[in-house]
Design a protein around this ligand. Structure first.
Ligand code: BGC
Length: 420
């Protein structure tokens, strides 16, 4: 067949095909997320590569800003404009809100074909479902109540690894006396709230934490113990860099990695920065539960909510993303890079570092009693409106070194009341 005849054959074949097939190219999946630090990028790259290897196009919609507030603002405006992405990093109770608006798609085929009900812990599966249908896929389990330590700096300062809040203050004093920044921190509302939440879990215990930030119980929010939470938070702030306003969490992590600071209070995505810097858990750095929260596990589950799409090929790409997200290869490589636990319960954790292995043991222990609690600071416990109210009170408090803990407690309660 010469070139002209070949072209004619293609054209006549094309005339027999339906229009949709003519338009067919590989489907595109656009993903909105906030994984933009070095370590986070390495993690999300593993998802992109797998989707591309399956023949689909990955459209990256990364919105910088730890904790995701900026990404949520973009997502809302895109949804209002009728142009949501295929998938977006949406978490906890917020998944229900998006689904209730009728914007999320049901992932029945992919969830049944891949047996998600058997793979996922029931509590986590419940968060991902609306009206008993999966509308989101979880990728990991982060633990928020961690303290990251540079052992070299501790050694130089003669500081001991703390297990209680008082020991934490004692270690911070030693670091300060030796000329180090005791606590690396970024003054952004979600980072302030992360520290606040850890202190609350330490002072109130998991039951008290639950009463305050899940049940939003007025007594728990206004009691004497909550005043203590603010007082301890205020003391912690004295060990933070005074020029911390607006700093990103990964820059703060960098200060601990390069030995300028001794500690960081942050969830285990902080580990992604250590991993990206080629550091080894247990040797170059230490992870310990935030002092006083041993036995508790404040969980933060990253999940991708799937939006309704029209184009058949894009739907195929979206289903592929959902399938890949829970496959063993992806779960292992992604979580090794991300610092989190795989959400699948059937993987051999020997392939993970010491911190992840400890996290897995602590998760199981916490699950047995009251220890397993949803993270308020990371969108797992309350509506975003209530969370925003808490963020405001906590950040205003931290930004004023002379603020009164008793007043903060009153403000917290009334801010939550009006946001409910
Ligand atoms: C997310 C993590 C992310 C961290 C910092 C958390 O809310 O769950 O995936 O690494 O924010 O951006």
């Amino acid at each position: 067949m010469n070139a002209i005849n070949r072209l004619a054959a293609v054209v006549s074949l094309a005339s027999l095909l339906p229009l949709s097939a003519l338009a067919a190219g590989p489907g595109t999946v656009e993903v909105t997320h906030w994984w933009t630090s070095g370590g986070e990028k390495a993690a999300v790259e593993t998802l992109k590569k797998q989707v591309e290897a399956d023949g689909f196009i990955w459209k990256d919609n990364a919105i910088a800003g730890g904790g995701g507030a900026a990404a949520m603002t973009v997502l809302k405006s895109r949804a209002v404009a009728g142009n949501p992405p295929a998938a977006a990093q949406v978490k906890g109770p917020d998944i229900q809100d998006w689904a209730a608006l009728g914007l999320l798609t049901e992932l029945d085929d992919v969830s049944k074909a891949n047996n998600w009900d058997a793979l996922l812990p029931p509590k986590i599966a419940k968060i991902m479902k609306y009206d008993d249908h999966y509308v989101a896929v979880p990728v990991n389990i982060h633990r928020v109540n961690w303290l990251w330590i540079n052992p070299e700096v501790f050694k130089k300062a003669g500081a001991q690894v703390p297990t209680t809040l008082d020991e934490l203050f004692a270690a911070a004093d030693k670091l300060k006396a030796a000329g180090f920044q005791p606590l690396a921190h970024g003054g952004q509302p979600w980072q302030d709230a992360t520290v606040f939440e850890d202190v609350a879990l330490s002072v109130l215990g998991p039951k008290g934490y639950h009463a305050a930030f899940v049940a939003l119980d007025e007594q728990a929010l206004t009691g004497e113990p909550m005043k203590t939470v603010f007082a301890k938070l205020q003391k912690l702030a004295t060990y933070m860099d005074p020029n911390r306003a607006g700093r990103d969490w990964n820059l703060a992590a960098g200060d601990v990695i390069n030995g300028k600071a001794g500690m960081q209070i942050m969830g285990d995505w902080a580990k992604s920065e250590w991993t990206a810097a080629g550091k080894v858990a247990g040797k170059d750095y230490q992870c310990v539960p935030f002092p006083g929260t041993q036995g508790s596990f404040a969980y933060n589950i990253d999940s991708l909510a799937m939006f309704k799409l029209k184009d058949e090929n894009d739907i195929k790409a979206q289903n592929d993303l959902a399938k890949v997200a829970l496959e063993p290869t992806f779960q292992i490589v992604f979580n090794q890079n991300k610092g989190s636990l795989p959400v699948r319960q059937d993987l051999d954790l020997k392939q993970f570092d010491a911190c992840t292995q400890q996290s897995a043991v602590d998760f199981k222990d916490a699950e047995k009693g009251d220890g397993l609690q949803p993270s308020m600071a990371h969108n797992m416990a309350t509506s975003l409106a209530v969370q925003g109210a808490i963020f405001d009170v906590v950040s205003n408090f931290l930004n004023d070194p002379k603020a009164d803990p008793a007043k903060a407690v009153t403000q917290l309660n009334s801010a939550i009341k009006s946001a409910k």
